[in-house]
Design a protein around this ligand. Structure first.
Ligand SMILES: [Zn+2]
Length: 283
């Protein structure tokens, strides 16, 4: 370019950092990005703590923590989704190869980009906090579940959010000396009482709270998060069941994929399957 470009910096470069790689890319909304890869000398392992946390993922609540805390979706998310659905409907009505179709396609990409930006920002704040506060973080390995579920728009967005969430946790845990464990979902985390370990026969999706025979009153998602934590700590204690993550690649760009793969090395995945029927429904 003959003239200097109008550049908006997402954040200043860390002091003394020398970029080793510069990547120029354009997203489907037509925005250009220049990414600088560099070592950040300010990233140091955090002092160890004894805190551990289990995290359950859902559609209504973005995340439920084993501490009982619920992290909701962003306030605008529902409206943004409706806007996205409308833009997609409009796009489907335009004639193939027409200028209007191109315009409609750009519109869909713009809505997508805004949702993704907001969500990523939200997830960055959550993951930084979780990694700071906890030595061990246990999540579920959702890749198997994703293959079985329906492909609604809400589902697709929440799955994408989950992949971002997981990959952020992976590299931040590595940066700050924390441990991330992904446990396989095929244990009855919703039907299992996290207090007395009794397993119920059924647990329909609409049941949000229930009382176990041992007298404990459970919130469905908090109970699941506690079971996920217990499963993760068991894996961590015996060091068993380590296998590489199975990553669906269809919606990933190659750069992200490489980063994720690098970051995934060494994360144990629980492969024990207590629930052979695999009927552990969850919302
Ligand atoms: Zn119980």
């Amino acid at each position: 370019m003959a003239e200097p470009l109008h550049i908006v910096w997402s954040r200043p470069l860390p002091e003394g950092a020398k970029p080793s790689t510069v990547t120029v890319s354009q997203d489907p909304a037509g925005r250009w990005f220049v990414s600088l890869l560099c070592e950040d000398p300010t990233v140091q392992p955090l002092p160890p703590t004894t805190a551990a946390i289990g995290i359950d993922a859902g559609l209504d609540n973005l995340l439920t923590l084993s501490t009982g805390e619920k992290i909701t979706n962003l306030r605008h998310e529902r409206r943004d989704r409706a806007r996205l659905a409308r833009a997609q409907r409009e796009l489907s009505r335009k004639a193939k190869g027409s200028a209007n179709r191109d315009k409609a396609r750009r519109k869909v990409a713009k809505v997508h980009a805004r949702i993704a930006d907001r969500r990523r920002d939200h997830l960055h704040k959550i993951t930084t906090r979780l990694v700071r506060e906890n030595q061990t973080i246990v999540i579920e390995d959702l890749t198997v579940r994703n293959l079985l579920k329906n492909h609604t728009l809400a589902r697709a967005i929440s799955d994408a959010a989950w992949r971002d969430f997981r990959s952020m946790l992976e590299y931040k845990a590595q940066w700050y000396g924390r441990k991330l464990i992904a446990v396989d979902r095929w244990f009855p985390s919703s039907k299992l009482c996290s207090t007395c370990r009794a397993v119920r026969d059924t647990m329909p999706l609409h049941v949000r709270t229930w009382t176990c025979d041992c007298g404990i009153n459970h919130d469905r998602d908090v109970n699941a998060a506690r079971n996920i934590l217990a499963a993760g700590l068991a894996v961590s204690a015996c060091g068993a069941g380590v296998s590489p993550q199975r990553e669906p690649s269809r919606t990933r760009r190659s750069v992200t994929k490489q980063e994720t793969r690098r970051a995934t090395v060494g994360i144990p995945v629980l492969s024990g399957r207590e629930d052979v029927n695999g009927t552990d429904h969850k919302g």
